[in-house]
Design a protein around this ligand. Structure first.
Ligand code: UDP
Ligand code: MG
Length: 324
């Protein structure tokens, strides 16, 4: 009697933007973990998201050194979401992992993730325990965002949810069905459903390079997170309009009665000014919210590609290897 060992294949999707310093270290560290899991066959899918440094050069050198490294290089910086999508599009494995290249997503949790998949989960996702070095203001802001987006949208994520996760082929295929240009992965991962097990670890600081996130981009991220998955802000403006209309009806009635029975007493300068400013403000805000959605429709209607590949070592991409 002999038993057949079914090897699981696992694709690691890694978006890389200006990671020349840390990429090699990342691959070496991850390879150490891979070596401890002989029952799985791993493959790296490194996505160079238009880095301005030598990331792509490092990537090609690594691909020459290790035969389990595939790469895609964009024609410019399309953003992490686009890079993740491109990586996912090229996966073929049974399980797919999405992770950052800066080792803030430790490969050491692979065994834990695999265990969850063996238990029958479709996805094993990570959330952070605590965020060391996160400023007070930023902490409050992100907590508020999680509360708001969980309430307003179909997307339910625990506080501190990260992109770092392992998913089944079936779930990845479902994610790829959502081909919207304005991608918000945390929302998409949750929107497609499937059983997710959440594991947590305390975050570590970036070892090389620096984060490409600014507070302004976090703010944009929060707005995207809500508007991509909910029309609640639009409904809010409609409800607000109705409330204001109702209040003004009462006020008009009071003023009319006062004028008819007691005559015009005061010039009403302050009232007029307040009403004009208040309504002006509300109108501007409502137009802004409308504009936010129209802008989204506009961008989607163009139906532009999510990313453009310049180089790749995937055969089917039919792109030339670059000269050094
Ligand atoms: N990244 C990317 N394109 C970008 C910005 C970032 O592919 O435009 C990659 C980056 O190389 C890293 C991951 O996304 O692998 C997370 O970026 P970063 O570490 O800067 O973000 P943070 O960890 O602070 O959320
Ligand atoms: Mg990072």
């Amino acid at each position: 009697m002999y038993s057949v060992i079914i090897m699981k294949t696992i694709d690691l999707v890694v978006p890389c933007y200006n990671e020349e310093e840390g990429l090699e270290h990342f691959v070496l560290e991850t390879n150490k973990v891979i070596a401890s899991l002989p029952s799985c066959r791993f493959r790296f899918i490194l996505v160079n998201d238009g880095s301005r440094d030598k990331t792509f050069l490092v990537m090609k050198q690594l691909a020459r050194r290790f035969d389990n490294i595939k790469y895609i290089s964009f024609s410019r910086n399309f953003g992490k979401e686009a890079a993740m999508y491109a990586g996912l599009r090229h996966t073929t494995a049974d399980y797919v992992v999405v992770m950052d290249a800066d080792l803030q997503h430790p490969p050491e949790v692979f065994p834990q993730m695999l265990e969850a998949m063996e238990e029958g989960f479709d996805c094993c996702a990570t959330k952070r325990d605590e965020r060391e070095g996160e400023s007070f203001f930023r902490g409050i802001f992100s907590k508020l965002f999680f509360r708001l987006s969980n309430r307003l949208t179909d997307v339910k994520n625990p506080y501190g949810a990260m992109d770092y996760r392992m998913m089944t082929r079936q779930m990845v295929d479902a994610i790829l069905e959502l081909s919207e240009v304005q991608r918000f992965s945390k929302g998409i991962f949750s929107w497609v459903g499937f059983d997710t097990k959440w594991i947590s670890f305390s975050t570590v600081d970036r070892q090389h390079g620096k984060t490409s996130w600014k507070f302004s981009s976090l703010f944009k991220y929060a707005i995207d997170g809500i508007t991509c998955f909910s029309v609640a802000p639009l409904r809010f403006t409609a409800v607000m309009g109705a409330v204001i209309f109702f209040i003004s009806l009462i006020y008009i009635l009071i003023t009319l009665i006062q004028t008819l029975f007691f005559g015009i007493t005061t010039p009403g300068y302050v009232t007029t000014l307040c009403a004009v400013l208040f309504l002006g403000g509300i109108t501007e805000m409502s137009i802004g919210i409308l504009g936010e959605y129209i802008g989204r429709i506009y961008m989607e209607a163009k139906d532009r590609p999510i990313y453009i590949t310049k180089f790749s070592n995937f055969e089917e991409d039919n792109t030339k290897e670059s000269e050094e």
